[in-house]
Write a protein that binds this ligand. Sequence first.
Ligand SMILES: Cc1cc2nc3c(=O)[nH]c(=O)nc-3n(C[C@H](O)[C@H](O)[C@H](O)COP(=O)(O)OP(=O)(O)OC[C@H]3O[C@@H](n4cnc5c(N)ncnc54)[C@H](O)[C@@H]3O)c2cc1C
Length: 495
Amino acid sequence: MDRGIDRAVDVLIVGAGPTGMGASWRIQELHELGLNAVHDWLLVEQCSAPGGMAASFRDAQGFTWDIGVHVIYSHYPYFNEFLKDVLGEGILEHPRKGWVWLKGNYIPFPLQNNLQRLPVDDLLACVASFPNAATANPMPANFSQWINQHFGTALAELFFLPYAYKMWAYPAENLATTWTERKSSSKYQNVQRTSLLPLVENLIRRQDTPGWDGAVPFPYPAKGGAGALWSEAFSRLPREHAQLGKGVVSIDTASRVATLSSGERVRYASLLSSMPLDAFLERLDEGFRAQLPAPVLKHSSSHVIGVGVHGEVPEHLRDKFWIQFAQLDLPFFRISITSNYSPDNVPSSGAFWSLMCEVSESPLKPVNHDTVVPDVIAALRRVGLLSPEHEIASVWHRPIAYGYPVPCLERDAYLEEVQALLKENGIYSRGRFGGWKYEVSNQDNAFMQGVEAIDNMVLGTEELTYMHPELVCRTIVDRLAGRSFLNRHKMVRPA
Ligand SMILES: Cc1cc2nc3c(=O)[nH]c(=O)nc-3n(C[C@H](O)[C@H](O)[C@H](O)COP(=O)(O)OP(=O)(O)OC[C@H]3O[C@@H](n4cnc5c(N)ncnc54)[C@H](O)[C@@H]3O)c2cc1C
């Protein structure tokens, strides 16, 4: 070992969120399969627990909270196998029932498929301004234009523009449009398009159109919240390779040495980082940083506010998992009825229920940190989610610095340049904020980015999820990535 170096590894993984876990899981699996291309490796996590943004927390009153809604939309067979392997029977399955709250009505998600539920005047205005496909501009310059082009001005103003601002904390004019095509690893568009014909059919038949995969349930851990998946998976990694409470403080890209908060110096051949890209770049040596383009990335921050309530969940919320709110005078853009996800999310099922509110923040959408909690509770009462007889048992507030990686107009060109520079130096920055691509930033995508980065290092295979989000739809992933991983796995795993 060189002087001043405490450990030399083939792969250093930064962060024990889903991306770091995918990478570690894959290395372990390759090892078990007899492919010992990675001799030594180390996963370091700055926090005292794994899971990153997909972790869950139990408060002093016994309510469990995730960091915002965590609904899995996986269509990766590899990820599905991982889920089953880690949680076994401990998985609940729920219908994908999302709703939009508008002017006192609950409308099945997505709104654009269920306009028949709008008040008559709003419905007529939406129909009157619904765009004529023949006059649509094929190249909208930003998300605002895209919305108007696909849904017309009335629906844009009623829902899409205010909701976009409330969720991203940036106006739709600041957002690009490519992400709208890709709903994280499914065959669906992220913002589903529609036409007048299905609306007329729904009106005539007096029916609703369910959202994405209405019939396909989503999995959720029976105990411990969404984070149970990651804490259980982490517990299966060998301690000599996976260490908590150690943050990467600085990196010398020329000598490929990372200095940890423990003072240890680790030499690596390849490094996979899942920490936010902007914060990661600040830890690199000045020589490297001098080559970087000017920073352009945007992100929202979030306030996650959980409210635990005495009593049974109200009748009208029993079939609801998440609800979107576009109205600008309501602080939250989304609420989840968290006690519906698992009875384990409350101290005693039937005696308590719970909901969780998400409020976004950015320099263009400031939030008063001192009043956000009372503001949210007052708004819950205004919309009737809490009524005067509801007695609050617990309030949990977690501000998170990084909420959504905003797909801003300048993003793709910046990422291409920066990721190429990093790769030349043996560095992969992947995951929700490591890769900064919203369209592939859910848990399954992040996990697969970790898996695919290791395969790229070891086997030279293409990183489909990060490099080609446009291909990450059900059919392609099944054919090119998921099934081939699984087949390889099944063929060579020793009996
Ligand atoms: C509000 C919100 C809603 C979401 N909704 C959903 C959903 O509905 N469905 C879904 O599937 N996913 C959802 N997600 C996404 C899910 O949480 C992410 O996919 C996932 O957490 C990203 O994983 P990651 O490993 O890329 O990053 P992270 O989870 O952020 O993990 C990165 C890890 O790196 C660690 N780290 C940072 N700096 C250092 C350092 N210097 N040294 C060592 N370690 C460091 C961090 O502590 C962290 O543990 C949501 C996320 C948020 C925030």
